[in-house]
Write a new protein. Structure first.
Length: 418
């Protein structure tokens, strides 16, 4: 009898939590999507969904088509090859494959038919501008942070020309080449009108600061970001540490913007796979500890790629209020790891985290990435609230709403404003 009561109240709790998690709009704090004003840079549709680099990596598990031949194919032909191998010849159980189906299904398409031409026809009938709103509404995303790079010549042209911004798409200043490719990148800063030399002297540092200010303002950036290799080490006697100390961190403190460190990517492990060829490794988080310790006035956002680093990262965040951890990045964005990481974070950090970002590169991916993550987060939250009820603490609907808003962007916005 008591078990029955428990089951009923647990099911009721789950329903309340699910409703709130599904109805709370998300601020997606890291994506590779663009404001619609960027035109063809904002990818969407079935061919972009199918040629997502996660699926490109997977198709080479099955096909013997040489890399070079694959890259010479048109996007539609690449998509057809991926559809054939990953969806028709094998059941599409990987997370990235499943994601395509969730997306189509939630957009109202019948995936049972396995009819690629019909899916293409449906997409061709969608008006691009209303489709943006349709995707954001279906995914229930209120705001999207872009990844804006002053080193990307195509993107730069749009910024330089100017456009009316869509308020749902906010800026983020990406600085990988500045931190990882000095002095080679000095010529790009020079061409952009900044007085820098290859030597990191006072003149160069002030030129770099000028560069950061210019692009930060143009993008109206919310934070600065960089992806770092597992070998990232700080402090070190190298250009990366030097530029961090002298230019990037002072700029972040002065403009009150966090610096997002995404640590653990090994670029071009298999260069023939192009964008799909990056791998990963376990990071040495002592460097992050050193940064948080040395710069209490700076704010750091961090996500790490290795599953093995997640526990250590949570413990670091317990020690440093200037560290906010976010997202299940890339290879960790699979259900069983999301589940494990989210539990770990909630149990060590309570609600002072941003459990997920989408990293979407194709607009429609917002739909599956958020739908899959919401289900996991809701399930864990239900379990946590249920544990509290065992101690006599009943959460109210208002408290559940408050908590979910915080997880879905509120805590991040507070951290940024601090
Ligand atoms: O460095 C990053 O921002 C990564 O997220 C990407 O470079 C990566 O290719 C990706 O799409 C992961 O989801
Ligand atoms: Zn990314």
């Amino acid at each position: 009898m008591q078990t029955d009561n428990f089951e009923t109240s647990r099911a009721q709790l789950a329903a309340r939590v699910n409703t709130t998690v599904n109805q709370t709009p998300v601020f997606d704090i890291h994506t590779h999507l663009y404001d619609p004003a960027f035109g063809s840079l904002l990818l969407y549709g079935i061919d972009d969904l199918l040629t997502y680099h996660y699926l490109v990596a997977e198709v080479f598990r099955y096909t013997e088509v040489p890399y070079q031949t694959f890259w010479k194919l048109k996007k539609t032909e690449q998509a057809e090859l991926i559809w054939k191998h990953l969806f028709l010849e094998h059941s599409p159980i990987s997370e990235a494959c499943r994601g395509v189906l969730t997306t189509l299904n939630k957009l109202g398409l019948d995936v049972r038919e396995r009819d690629l031409p019909k899916i293409r026809k449906w997409y061709a009938e969608q008006a691009p501008d209303t489709f943006v709103t349709q995707c954001l509404n279906t995914a229930n995303v209120r705001k999207i942070c872009m990844t804006n790079s002053p080193f990307d010549q195509i993107e730069r042209k749009v910024w330089e020309k100017g456009f009316t911004r869509d308020e749902r798409f906010v800026g983020g200043l990406r600085i990988d080449p500045l931190l990882l490719d000095w002095p080679a990148v000095a010529t790009e800063l020079q061409a952009d009108g900044h007085h820098v030399e290859t030597e990191l002297n006072q003149k160069t540092i002030s030129g770099i600061r000028h560069f950061l200010t210019k692009w930060g303002e143009k993008f109206a950036s919310n934070y600065l970001m960089v992806s770092l290799p597992p070998s990232f080490s700080y402090p070190a006697n190298d250009a990366t540490s030097n530029i961090l100390d002298e230019a990037v961190i002072p700029h972040c403190i002065e403009t009150n913007q966090p610096l997002a460190l995404m640590i653990g990517v090994k670029r071009a492990v298999n260069p023939q796979l192009e964008l799909a060829g990056d791998g990963m490794g376990r990071a040495e988080l002592q460097s992050l500890e050193n940064l948080c310790q040395r710069y209490p006035k700076a704010k750091f956002l961090c996500t790490v790629l290795a599953k093995e680093n997640q526990h250590e990262l949570c413990v670091l965040a317990r020690k440093f209020p200037n560290l906010h951890i976010f997202g299940c990045w890339w290879f960790t964005n699979i259900p069983h790891v999301i589940d494990e990481m989210t539990r770990l974070r909630f149990e060590l950090l309570g609600l002072s985290v941003t459990p997920q970002h989408s990293d979407a590169r194709v607009l429609d991916q917002l739909i599956y990435k958020w739908s899959h993550s919401r289900a996991i987060i809701a399930n864990i939250l239900t379990e946590k609230y249920s544990d509290l009820s065992q101690a006599g603490w009943q959460v109210t609907d208002t408290e559940i709403e408050r908590d979910v808003q915080s997880l879905f962007g509120g805590a991040f916005e507070q951290f940024c404003q601090r």
